[in-house]
Design a protein around this ligand. Structure first.
Ligand SMILES: Cc1cc2nc3c(=O)[nH]c(=O)nc-3n(C[C@H](O)[C@H](O)[C@H](O)COP(=O)(O)OP(=O)(O)OC[C@H]3O[C@@H](n4cnc5c(N)ncnc54)[C@H](O)[C@@H]3O)c2cc1C
Length: 467
């Protein structure tokens, strides 16, 4: 019996496999298609996920398929900047704040990395039903086979069979809009006159998004109006009419045209018994913050170390409840922020929305999201957020809690696997210890003298088993 069965070989399912295999947890991916989805959807990877991927050994592969995003702004219909941020000089976790990718290329890298780490990838196998027995989940596939696993993670996208099979429902935040998405290949992108930014054009006639993608790729998204029929708007003639303000047909090739209804939903739980959901199966959001895929990756890194602790017999299965209690409010906050950003575009275009703070725009000072319960202690400013100096975490700490301090720390015994790192005074105050979880999130900040007590409390939060 395999430790974990993953349903769905999209970017989230494959990342789940990479994270589990790195932690020594055996897994199989069941994917109904015979080839990876060939067209781009998500466009960006944020610095937190980029850093997590590097920690999982994907630094060299990603360097070849990511490029930093330079700027992001909101402009009016005449192109006058209303607000924005220059991103080129800003770094987070030692990396560009946002990096662009071409999703099919990224997915190829992820699949290769998953297989290198020992994942079994079964293609052309659709999961039809799941049933839980006392110590396992039995997964029926459409080729007549049954897979047995200790745990199941449904990464099977927005229409998730797994989510429906275990009766998890979605809470709807009430923001559905139809948009036309057009991906272009622009061979002379730098001389094309297209701006090298992510731009929300708050045009009262038609809000429009421009995203300068990785390499020669460029994306336009046009908000559809109530009287417009999606199938008609996808026609070549109509698409070029919409693009004519920006670029001529002899300068670009259309890679994909899709009409797409943005939703804003979050599942009411991410766990039922031995089954979990992650990625689009658990939440879907409008694309204005580029967080759809990043949020799915965040699910993966949150869940993987907890599954490893339980599967190794280090922790009781109650630890796995913290996956829902940590990820749901965070995902909900991200969906809500994405909705607000969409509403701000409408508001600045003088359309339906009102009262949205400009903080929802690029460069606005919106509060970052943090866990307030789960495997965290206290509510200090950094607690429950990714550790700001995550690049200091040494290799081999993906299953450890790392104590980061400027001072040397006393030895003490604990059930938690512990690593220690000395950090420069510019990162850590003298006498302070930052306790960083395996997934790079801050579990606690305390004084050197309290570290043993805090770690003991964290061991209780993790439901560690005496060994
Ligand atoms: C048109 C479009 C545009 C988008 N644009 C953006 C964007 O600009 N920015 C952004 O961040 N996000 C965007 N998204 C969302 C982004 O693509 C998703 O967040 C991301 O792909 C989610 O990854 P996932 O692995 O959770 O799901 P998916 O990529 O949907 O993968 C799910 C996988 O599960 C497989 N599967 C489904 N059911 C079964 C079954 N029963 N058995 C076995 N396998 C199954 C599917 O074949 C698929 O490979 C867009 C999505 C779409 C559709």
């Amino acid at each position: 019996m395999v430790d974990v069965a993953i349903v769905g070989g999209g970017p989230v399912g494959v990342s789940m496999s990479i994270a589990l295999s790195t932690l020594g947890v055996t897994n199989v991916i069941l994917e109904r298609e015979t080839a990876a989805y060939p067209l781009p959807r998500a466009i960006v990877m944020d610095a937190e996920i980029h850093r997590s991927m590097i920690r999982h050994g994907l630094g060299d592969e990603l360097a070849a398929c990511l490029s930093p995003m330079k700027a992001a702004d909101f402009v009016d219909a005449d192109g006058v900047r209303l607000m924005g941020i220059e991103l080129a000089e800003i770094r987070l976790f030692g990396l560009p704040v946002v990096s662009r990718h071409y999703q099919p290329e990224l997915e190829a890298v992820l699949r290769h990395a998953a297989q290198q780490r020992g994942a079994v990838l079964r293609l052309g196998v659709a999961v039809t039903s799941v049933a839980e027995q006392h110590d396992r989940v039995c997964i029926e596939c459409d080729d007549g086979t049954t897979v047995e696993a200790s745990w199941l993670v449904g990464c099977d996208g927005a229409s998730s069979t797994v989510r429906k099979a275990i009766g998890i429902s979605l809470e709807d935040l009430g923001f559905d809009q139809d948009w036309l998405v057009v991906d272009l290949l622009v061979p002379e992108k730098h001389d094309s006159g297209l701006p090298d930014v992510t731009r929300q054009v708050c045009d009262p006639r038609r809000p429009t998004t421009l995203v300068s993608g990785h390499g020669d790729y460029y994306r336009f998204e046009f908000q559809l109006q109530p009287d417009e029929i999606p199938a008609e708007m996808r026609s070549n003639e109509r698409v070029w009419q919409l693009l004519s303000q920006w670029i001529a047909p002899d300068k670009a090739k259309i890679v994909r045209t899709a009409t797409y209804r943005f939703h804003a939903v979050v599942a009411d739980t991410f766990r039922r018994g031995r089954t979990f959901i992650a990625g689009d199966a658990a939440h879907q959001m409008p694309p204005f913050m580029g967080q759809g895929l990043n949020s799915g990756m965040r699910d993966v890194f949150n869940l993987a170390w907890k599954l490893a602790y339980v599967q190794r017999g280090w922790a009781e299965s109650g630890l796995l409840d913290t996956y829902s209690s940590e990820r749901i409010p965070h995902a909900y906050g991200t969906v809500a922020q994405s909705v607000e950003t969409g509403r701000l575009i409408d508001q600045l275009a003088g359309r339906t929305s009102h009262g949205v703070s400009p903080d929802a725009g690029y460069g606005g000072s919106r509060k970052s999201l943090a866990f307030t319960s789960g495997v965290v202690i206290g509510t200090g400013p950094a607690v429950g957020e990714p550790f700001a100096a995550m690049e200091l975490l040494p290799d081999g700490t993906l299953d450890s809690f790392t104590l980061v301090s400027h001072d040397s720390l006393p030895d003490f015994s604990t059930m938690l696997p512990i690593a220690k790192v000395r950090a420069p005074a510019s990162t850590i105050l003298a006498g302070e210890v930052v306790v960083v979880r395996p997934d790079g999130y801050v579990a606690a900040v305390c004084s050197t003298s309290r570290v043993a007590d805090v770690v003991a409390e964290l061991a209780r939060c993790c439901r560690m088993i005496e060994r």
